[in-house]
Design a protein around this ligand. Structure first.
Ligand SMILES: *Cc1c(COP(=O)(O)O)cnc(C)c1O
Length: 364
């Protein structure tokens, strides 16, 4: 549904890495990729990681997630959001999404907090479980920005750290500001199916210098810089992005603007097509500019969805249903949640359709 395009300097930059021997976790391309990404999204700092899940894991840990705490997420998301939350030992709780953005609903977030939480010591505490709700992780589904400014305001009010899962929304803006930069921390993914890819890769962005420094430290085995000695001051992670992958990332960043133009053109063709077919095509929500990473349609019922999936896949056109709700998976089925009416409604009706940048592509 979303094939990568390598039409730029990918081979040249990879060859340069190999010739230089800097293929691993140290190298100029890692820093360059971080700087390019930070500049593009308008964040002060960016720290590259080996994948988007690792970026989320670290970001949530930096937000204070640990055993005995809770994280608010949206029930309709890709599993990585909740896996990362679980790695920290925190317990996820879930709220509903909006039908137009497919992302976290600020109303649902507020309703959940008012029904289940109380403010104490500058933070939010779950009245039922007695645990602190430390972080909130909204996600910009398929690149469509959710109502992130309202969510940020609610998090502020309750003393909850906002961590944006912007894995799918590189190249998407809300009210003129890039997604991933509304919270204290934001994360991106460069997996093979994302709008740009490094093979595998991720990024944490933040404007907070101390958090950025700590993020770099934790992702590089918590090693204290020293010309020759190995001194580590805590249990860290080997989450650093290799230079080879970053080289791909630099070449891909050079093409991102062009990819975005092509993806809008493809979305415009779909809008035109589905208008006549009487099918709802998911368009960028109000106040936003979406990257149209994965195109999606909303069918009338589960039966119609199943019929559409069967017909298209049998005809060799790749289509896929939206994810199962996290609360419908056995690992998270016991988790506390607010009303999930919209998430359930969307789960039965949304289908992704082919979304690749057309090739051959010569728009660099
Ligand atoms: C892709 C993705 C991630 C991160 O995935 P990785 O494959 O680990 O890079 C996280 N959250 C969402 C919503 C995603 O789509």
């Amino acid at each position: 549904m979303h094939r990568p395009v390598f039409a730029g300097h990918e081979k040249q930059y990879l060859a340069e890495c190999i010739d230089s021997n800097f293929v691993s976790s140290v190298g100029a391309r890692v820093t360059e990729f971080e700087e390019r990404l930070a500049t593009f999204v308008g964040a002060r700092y960016a720290i590259a990681t080996m994948n988007g899940t690792a970026a989320l894991h670290i970001a949530l840990e930096l937000a204070g997630a640990k055993p005995g705490t809770e994280i608010i997420g949206q029930s309709l998301t890709f599993i990585a959001t909740c896996n990362a939350a679980s790695y920290t030992g925190a317990t996820p709780v879930f709220v509903d999404v909006d039908r137009d953005t497919l992302g976290m609903s600020p109303q649902a977030l507020r309703a959940f907090l008012e029904a289940n939480a109380q403010r104490r010591d500058g933070g939010a505490w779950n009245r039922g479980t007695g645990r602190q709700i430390v972080a909130c992780v909204p996600m910009h589904t398929f690149g469509h920005p959710c109502r992130i400014d309202e969510i940020a305001a609610i998090c502020d009010e309750w003393g909850i750290v906002l961590v944006e899962d912007a894995a799918e929304s590189l190249g998407s803006w809300y009210k003129g500001r890039h997604t991933g930069t509304f919270g204290r921390l934001g994360t991106f993914s460069f997996n093979g199916n994302k709008i740009i890819t490094t093979g595998g890769g991720g990024m944490v962005v933040t404007d907070d210098e101390a958090l950025a420094r700590r993020c770099k430290h934790l992702t590089t085995t918590a090693k204290i810089p020293h010309p020759y000695e190995y001194v580590h001051d805590e249990v860290g992670y080997n989450y650093r992005l290799p230079n080879l992958n970053a080289a791909l990332g630099c070449a891909q960043m050079e093409q991102l603007e062009g990819f975005l133009v092509h993806k809008r053109a493809l979305a415009a063709r779909y809008i035109d097509f589905f208008k006549d077919a009487g099918v709802t095509f998911v368009q960028e929500p109000a106040n936003s500019r979406a990257n149209y990473w994965l195109n999606a349609i909303v069918l009338d019922s589960l039966a119609e969805r199943d019929e559409f999936l069967k017909a298209t896949n049998e005809a060799g056109v790749m289509t896929r249903p939206i994810w199962r709700l996290m609360t419908h998976l056995k690992m998270f089925s016991g988790c506390q949640h607010g009303g999930l009416e919209n998430a359930n409604w969307l789960e039965e009706r949304v289908v992704n359709i082919p979304s690749s940048v057309p090739t051959p592509w010569v728009g660099r």
